[in-house]
Design a binder for this molecule. Structure first.
Ligand SMILES: [Cu+2]
Length: 519
């Protein structure tokens, strides 16, 4: 062992002597090479130590932070799909599962990962221009692409497919980057009331009964309500809902109307019934200041389905803010019985902010006067008859829809996608024979219609105004029909001879003997 140590030491000393000799030959100006090398080694070590003391571990930590930052804080999956005639992003998993063009909610500063999966086989991508990010194109069912970015500013930003025409076809959604302020606004929004009138809020049929004296109470209330998701509006209402309550009397009834304007109102309000025979339809006698109650009495002279609305100047402003409803004056003997009745009204909302803005939106008199609404609504709020209060019925039932237009400006081309209206009481005239087998019916502002249809097959049937640009501004409802399929009427694929073809039963004509005009 000792010998090995001596041998190693001898080798090391010889190597040092050889290195010194080589340095003396190459660098003759160095007088004491081994000492000089040690000095240089010391200087290098000191410089490195100083560098670490002055910039303490900055480089390694920065590297670590970068590694950390590319780990997403929040992940979303979106699948492209075709639904209800539109191209969409459908949420996959988590809170956004099955949602169409879901709001992607993140916090300021979070790293966001969005995975796009091609669900329909067409070419798509996803881009969020505000954060300079765009995915590769996905082509072919099941292919996918990913974007990752840091949401470093607060606000609501669009994500969409950049393939030409796909935004217009529906592939657009919102990325909501919330800081503390936005979160608070959202909480306030969530607490706001649902002003949408239920389509099932229809009074019971009157049918056969003698005429009588009735009292109807209406209260005008100004309150903030939900216009769309995370969006509110300062509505003016009859009895807290848009439209106001549906009222039901029979021809010949005497009606005492009590109109009370809530004490918290800031405006005068009134009511004009199109069912009234008399100047102003009641409006002259019901101009009520905040806290005031006005009363007038009328006799229901004509049967029909009539609009009522506030008639305080600027009348169009009061109507667009939600002040409209309908009164049904049944003919003597009542209406033919049906299985279900629904109450739906169309209106427009004019806001300063463009459609889709969040928060509480402001009324725009300029847009009202130029007839440029930002929202079209059934029962007061965007898509509420689809998302919140769809109409529900069963296969085999005959339904009746009391449909009116508050407006104040746009005529509706009322249509139910996938159904044919068996009977349309045009202009809501209940004393004329109905039109039969109608696809779309015209209803002017301040007008109404009564339509009936028997439901032959199950599924979701969309209520629209066939001026379909208005669908993009919130005008959509759903009639959900449950029950057995009837393949002889409607089925996918080629004709199947095994399916027995049955004649679809024709709906018997209504008994019009009770619907004679008054003399
Ligand atoms: Cu009013």
């Amino acid at each position: 062992m000792m010998k090995l140590w001596q041998w190693l030491r001898a080798k090391w000393l010889r190597a040092r002597w050889l290195r010194a000799r080589w340095l003396r030959a190459k660098c003759p100006w160095i007088k004491h090479p081994p000492g000089m090398i040690r000095l240089v080694q010391c200087l290098v070590t000191i410089v490195l130590l100083c560098a670490f003391l002055v910039f303490p571990f900055r480089t390694p930590l920065a590297f670590s932070a970068n590694i950390h930052s590319v780990q997403p804080d929040v992940r979303f999956k979106l699948r492209t799909d075709i639904g209800e005639g539109k191209l969409i992003f459908a949420g996959v998993g988590g809170k956004i599962n099955h949602q169409v063009n879901p709001d992607l909610k993140v916090k300021v500063g979070e790293v966001v990962q969005i995975t796009l999966i091609d669900g329909d086989g067409a070419e798509h991508d996803i881009t969020v221009p505000e954060f300079n990010t765009q995915s590769d194109k996905v082509v072919g069912q099941g292919s996918s692409s990913v974007i990752v970015f840091r949401a470093d500013k607060e606000g609501v930003f669009d994500y969409f497919c950049s393939i030409p025409g796909h935004v217009q076809a529906g592939m657009i959604g919102k990325l909501v980057v919330e800081g503390q302020t936005t979160a608070k606004v959202d909480e306030d929004t969530i607490k706001t009331v649902d002003i949408a009138q239920l389509p099932t809020n229809v009074p019971k049929p009157i049918g056969q009964r003698p005429t009588k004296l009735l009292r109807l109470d209406l209260e005008t209330v100004e309150e903030r309500g939900r216009l769309a998701d995370n969006t509110t509006y300062n509505y003016w209402t009859f009895n807290h809902k848009v439209p106001g309550p549906m009222l039901r009397v029979r021809v010949g009834d005497t009606v005492e109307v009590h109109l009370k304007n809530h004490k918290t109102s800031r405006m005068i309000h009134s009511v004009d019934f199109h069912a009234v025979t008399g100047p102003g339809g009641g409006a002259v006698m019901t101009q009520a200041s905040p806290g005031e109650e006005k009363v007038f009495t009328f006799k229901a002279m004509n049967p029909g389905l009539f609009v009522y609305h506030c008639a305080t100047p600027m009348v169009a402003h009061h109507i667009s803010n939600g002040m409209y409803g309908m009164i049904l004056v049944e003919p003597e003997g009542g209406l033919p019985p049906v299985d279900r009745e629904f109450y739906v009204m169309q209106g427009e909302i004019y806001t300063v902010e463009p459609h889709g803005n969040r928060g509480n939106l402001e009324f725009s008199v300029e847009k009202l006067l130029s007839e440029a609404p930002e929202y079209f609504v059934f029962n007061g709020a965007e898509a509420t008859l689809k998302k919140d209060h769809p109409l529900q019925a069963k296969v085999g039932e005959t339904i009746r829809i009391y449909f009116g237009v508050g407006g104040p400006n746009y005529t509706s081309s009322f249509h139910v996608i996938g159904e044919i209206m068996d009977r349309v009481y045009e202009q809501a005239s209940l004393t004329s024979p109905p039109l039969t087998d109608v696809q779309t019916t015209t209803v002017p502002p301040g007008g109404a219609t009564m339509v009936e249809m028997t439901l032959d097959v199950p599924g979701n049937f969309l209520l629209v105004d066939h001026a379909l640009s208005r669908l993009e501004k919130g005008l959509i409802g759903t009639l959900v029909v449950e029950g057995a399929e009837h393949a002889e009427i409607y089925h996918q694929g080629i004709h199947n001879a095994a399916i027995a073809t049955k004649a679809t039963p024709k709906i018997p004509a209504p008994n019009l003997s009770s619907l004679q005009p008054r003399t």
